[in-house]
Design a protein around this ligand. Structure first.
Ligand SMILES: [Zn+2]
Length: 369
């Protein structure tokens, strides 16, 4: 039962972290510099816990600090909201144990040549995580939100799919959580760009911005795992079987711009998977950097009334209900001339333009039969 529940978490900790490392490395140097600056400001007062490097590629088997690349790995699987995640990263002792379990799993997966070696590495890691993080199992048993919603027909296009994912009656899903948190990160970044804040408050705002984006990235990354877009319906045994089979053996997938590829999942990530995911994550981070530079048209949703990261709880909630009407609006990198107060537009008026850039095109989640 324990391992049954834990086996449906999508990418494992070191895979989430590696995707983010790759995406940070691929950023345009000017954009990367903007994010590095934000990271160094965010570290103020937490220099021991937060690594000096945003992407600490030389981190060994015994991490003593948490870098930004680890934040999406901690999001969702070890925390229930961006606010929860940041609190855990800064204030808990156990999160370093989780980071060490992740580092050990990375090393074991790197040398595994047989299926049983991979399976044993993941099982050992899961058992160690249950000991390190006392809420790990509870989060893992209610994790439908980490899956994208199924398409309703083969003819649906990306804007139509986004509308379905955003409908108040749709079950909480990976795409809508990504948008919810990413758009908040953009709005906050734009506020930072135009605000003049005292040092301490700036550091707090920098942490909140980075936390919202990291939480979003976890769900963007999850939506690429084969076992996650192969479907979430059926009883627990069917779901687990579907999830495990396609993660291991792969799924013939098509992106929204009609590129075909074979997708894999949890603990089976291949360079091609990391490459596709890192492109989407890089695009998302590039939008964040542009917003910091005042180039993205995110309307400012009074972000500084809430210097804390977003607190929407993805473990507890099953729907966004009326809350989707409060998503900040962006306009694909162009300046948005809407009034700053005009943020309460209905989901029908939003489209795929709210997703990161034109290059953002993942698989199409399978049609529900
Ligand atoms: Zn997940």
């Amino acid at each position: 039962m324990l391992l049954c529940a834990l086996n449906a978490l999508a990418w494992v900790y070191p895979e989430h972290r590696d995707i983010t490392l790759l995406a940070l490395q691929r950023l345009d140097p000017a954009q990367r510099a903007l994010l590095e600056k934000l990271w160094s400001q965010a570290r103020a007062g937490h220099e021991a816990r937060l690594c000096a490097q945003m992407a600490y590629t030389a981190q060994g088997a015994q991490p003593t600090c948490i870098d930004y690349a680890a934040w999406p790995a901690i999001s969702g699987d070890h925390s229930c909201s961006a606010r929860d995640m940041l609190g855990i990263v800064l204030g808990s002792r156990w999160i370093l144990r989780v980071a060490r379990v992740g580092a050990r799993l990375k090393n074991r997966l790197a040398v595994a040549t047989r299926r049983d070696q991979r399976t044993n590495a993941v099982r050992d890691s899961d058992l160690a995580l249950v000991r390190a993080d006392r809420d790990y199992l509870a989060r893992a048993t209610a994790n439908n939100a980490h899956f994208p919603i199924a398409r309703s027909s083969v003819s649906i296009d990306l804007p139509g799919y986004v509308q379905i994912a955003l409908r108040p009656e749709s079950e909480l899903n990976a795409l809508v959580i990504y948008m919810w948190y990413h758009l908040r990160a953009l709005a906050r970044a734009k506020s930072i760009a135009s605000a003049s804040l005292p040092h301490e408050r700036y550091a707090q705002a920098a942490r909140a911005t980075l936390a919202d984006e990291a939480f979003a990235l976890h769900f963007l990354q999850d939506s690429f795992a084969a076992g996650h877009f192969a479907g979430t319906w059926g009883n627990a045994a069917v779901r687990k079987g579907t999830h495990d089979y396609y993660n291991e053996h792969g799924l013939d997938a098509v992106s929204w711009d009609n590129r075909r590829f074979v997708a894999l999942g949890d603990a089976n990530m291949q360079p091609g998977d990391a490459d596709r995911e890192a492109s989407a994550v890089r695009e998302s981070l590039a939008q964040l950097a542009s917003a910091l530079h005042g180039k993205t048209g995110a309307t400012v949703a009074a972000a500084f009334k809430m210097p804390e990261p977003e607190g929407f709880n993805v473990c507890r909630e099953s729907h966004f209900s009326g809350a989707v009407g409060e998503l900040p609006e962006i306009s694909g990198g162009r300046t948005d001339h809407r009034s700053d107060t005009d943020t309460r537009i209905g989901p029908r008026q939003r489209s795929a333009a709210a997703l990161p850039g034109g290059d953002w095109s993942v698989h199409r989640p399978i049609v529900r039969r």
